[in-house]
Design a binder for this molecule. Sequence first.
Ligand code: FES
Ligand code: FES
Length: 165
Amino acid sequence: MDDEFLPVSFTLNGSTVRQSVSPRTHLADMLRGPLGLTGTHLGCEHGVCGACTLFVDGLTVRSCLMLAVQADGAAVQTIEGLSDAQDPVLMALQAAFCERNALQCGYCTAGMLATALELLRENRSPERAEIRDRLSGNYCRCTGYHAVVDAVELAAARLRAGEAP
Ligand code: FES
Ligand code: FES
């Protein structure tokens, strides 16, 4: 039997979006499919790897674990919206990731950036161990984690010094 489709209305990167979705559709699938925002990646699809991390109502969420209909009335921000908004903390992270070679294939990067962005919004002086702990739910299959932690430290130092790009 076909799923019944349900209406969902939410703010996506600052614009109101209305969709009809199956109640079984995950937020990540709706974003990547009908809405065409493929910056949100899917790895494990069961909440382990962090590749699908984005912001819902200002907090990071694993969009493979959230149903699209649960976004009704919420404000969703993907890596595309954050980049377009030129969020200064995100820009500092992006620059530092490039400089420290904190990505290779880039598959994990949107999720890494979202997690690091949330951390630096809360704390501009995180200890290295805190960065590692916060990023422990984001898996990278190719770069290795030293460079990622280095990049977050570099971005934090620049933000503290008022040297954000
Ligand atoms: S795809 Fe969502 S946590 Fe891995
Ligand atoms: S850069 Fe390839 S998975 Fe992280």
